[in-house]
Design a protein around this ligand. Structure first.
Ligand code: ACO
Length: 324
């Protein structure tokens, strides 16, 4: 079978919902000033789900994976490839994917992590697609899972208000009809400094800065230009016009970035899936969370063409066109 297709999606969000007002009140106790008005106006974010301390990416990922497996109507034992996209792995090693495999009670297939920050899911799905098409695997679980709250500097109001925790998953399998139509991945490592968590653990101690740092305006400009071009390239690769795309499922970082790209591409806002008002930016989890939400509420229908886009630290970016 020459093609691959997404046959199931799933999501998991930790139960603790923190509104902008709740967050502003909590931060005020530490002398950090912010407001619902500032956050909503600049980003579109109204609330986020935050994991309790000690909850890990593999735990969130396993919940999302079970939901995707149920949605696909397969048995977990049929999964012979697990790729987890995360920048907040449980450990340095083993990989989060191996921990998910164990929590699902299966073994034997391949399992590994992909680290491309907020582009991680698009990178992981493209990798799974290639491995299935090469005959290395038949049925893949591709998961984006993050506990970004664990790498935020809660005294830096320019970043800590932007992110949330969660996981989204898809089941991708070999197919006799086209599903994943085209993919384009990119990176520009010279821009590594505009969005990074540059610390590490070595020689038994934290070396460098353990918190996420961002040049917001540089990220904004880079994301708009890179994703506009990437959407055009991937549509051309698939032999489709932008008008033939039914849904855009972009990385959920900032509604202003999404609106800019939508306008540049001539994509009507009714075709753009937005979840960042409820989830905030969940990094590698944001695209599969948004995809699942729009499938489950009936917006995205079988047979429709969906553009998924990721952009983030590295600097990395990428697009996938899929027929659902
Ligand atoms: N609450 C209140 N005031 C704030 C806050 C806050 N949470 N954060 C910053 N400010 C203040 C600043 O201190 C500054 O005050 P000053 O003028 O007195 O110095 C003022 O607001 C403006 O700060 P800027 O950083 O210039 O604000 P900007 O308009 O650039 O908005 C933002 C910041 C929202 C981060 C914007 O740059 C942006 O959207 N960038 C895109 C980056 C992004 O979305 N990143 C997400 C992660 S990356 C990714 O996923 C791809």
């Amino acid at each position: 079978m020459p093609y691959t297709k997404i046959i199931g999606t799933g999501a998991y969000l930790p139960p603790r919902v923190v509104s902008n007002d709740d967050l502003a009140a909590q931060l005020a106790q530490q002398g950090v000033e912010t407001s619902d008005a500032w956050i909503t106006e600049r980003t579109g974010i109204r609330q986020r789900h935050l994991a309790d301390r000690g909850v890990t990416s593999s735990q969130l990922a396993t919940h999302a994976a079970r939901a995707a497996i149920n949605d696909a109507g397969i048995h977990a034992a049929e999964v012979d490839l697990i790729i987890v996209a995360t920048s907040t792995p449980d450990h340095i090693f083993p990989s989060t994917a191996c921990l998910v495999q164990s929590q699902l009670g299966i073994s034997g297939g391949a399992a590994f992590d992909v680290q491309a920050v907020c582009s991680g899911f698009v990178y992981a799905l493209t990798t799974a697609d290639a491995l299935i098409k090469a005959g290395v695997a038949k049925t893949a679980l591709v998961i984006g899972a993050e506990v970004f709250s664990s790498i935020l500097d809660w005294k830096d109001r320019g970043t800590c208000v932007l992110f949330g925790d969660g996981a989204g998953a898809v089941v991708l399998t070999q197919s006799s009809e086209p599903g994943l139509l085209a993919a384009k991945l990119n990176a520009d490592g010279s821009q590594n400094h505009i969005l990074c968590t540059a610390g590490n653990v070595s020689y038994g101690e934290v070396i460098g800065d353990p918190f996420l740092r961002m040049d917001g305006q540089a990220v904004f400009k880079f994301a708009v230009n890179a994703l506009t071009k990437s959407a055009q390239e991937v549509a051309e690769q698939a032999g489709l016009t932008l008008e033939q795309i039914d849904w855009m499922v972009p990385h959920q970082a900032n509604v202003r970035i999404i609106n800019f790209i939508g306008r540049k591409l001539g994509m009507p806002s009714e075709k753009v899936v937005i979840t960042l008002d409820k989830h905030a930016n969940t990094s590698a989890a944001s695209v599969p969370l948004a995809l699942d939400a729009a499938r489950k509420d009936g917006r995205i229908q079988a047979g429709q063409v969906v553009l998924m886009q990721g952009v983030g630290g590295g600097f990395t970016w990428g697009s996938i066109l899929a027929r659902m």
